[in-house]
Design a protein around this ligand. Sequence first.
Ligand code: KG4
Ligand code: ZN
Length: 344
Amino acid sequence: MDKNTENGIENNYILAIESSCDETAASVVRNGREVLSNVIASQIALHTLYGGVVPEIASRRHIEKINQVICQALSEAGVGLRDITAIAVTYGPGLVGALLVGVSAAKAISFATGIPLVGVHHINGHISANYIEHNDLEPPFVCMVASGGHSHLVVVEDYGIYRLIGRTRDDAAGEAFDKVARAIGLGYPGGPKIDKLAREGNPDAIVFPRARVAENEYDFSFSGLKSAVLNYLNSCEMKGEAVCRADVAASFQRAVIDVCVEHSMAAVREFGYDRFAIAGGVASNSALRAAFEEACAAQGVKFYRPSPVYCTDNAAMIGAAGYYEFLRGVRHGYDLNAVPNLSL
Ligand code: KG4
Ligand code: ZN
């Protein structure tokens, strides 16, 4: 039977590829919302030794893994290239050498088969991860994106159409998690380690600042918070006082969460939407999810969040975004290039 029409219903299969940072990932997604496979080759073990992602090492590992990951995604989904409607690939933002591997693989398959090529913005992918497990979610809604490189507050006006209403002025939320984790000796990747340790700490033990940006109430600033944590650690050392790392982790995390929740809920109120979503690696944080759950319930707003596996980098989210890009006619040529600082 032709997979592309089952019981008279048209099926669109997107083969999605993601290689913007340290995960080599491929996925097959049906009709934008149903994940048939989601293969992720993580490089965490490789970069742990260096305390963070080493771009050149990441690119080389992507090259080694990409074909295998794509083949596995097709075979786990039970489809062949002949069933694929379009190939979606992250072309920015991210590490240029890493992005190039996915983009080159996608272009090569498209060139060899004639399957249309659709370049996808990585953050569009993160936001679209919310469509995967929530069939009822449709734009418009407000979304907070918190990843290693971005902290954005956006109004999702339509599929793939975003109005940026707030952004970070300095560090991204995930970057702050990673830097604080390093400072308290947790190492890379910092976010999940702080998440775990914070469960044993007191979030009210230390009062860290909650920054406001005067010019735009929806903008974020996390570098002052990071410095406050570093100052606290230094002063404890100078005074010879023991540091309770769990309390530092919990208090820092609470400060990040308070700011995220406050800004997001203010935006939901002002823009009048009854749906709110979170996205990006930091959205997998257990305390942050619980805080948003509570805040949305208190405000009578429906709260959406992807499962943790769809919050951190993966290709299924690129497949979800790519499907809607495909539907609205986006096609890229073989001149598609990696754009490390691509704006939303
Ligand atoms: O979205 P993502 O996987 O990659 C980027 O696009 O940047 O986000 C990675 C970021 C890292 O900074 C990582 O520390 C953070 O997300 N992260 C977390 C958690 N899991 C990942 N931060 C807080 N709590 C977590 N559980
Ligand atoms: Zn990401």
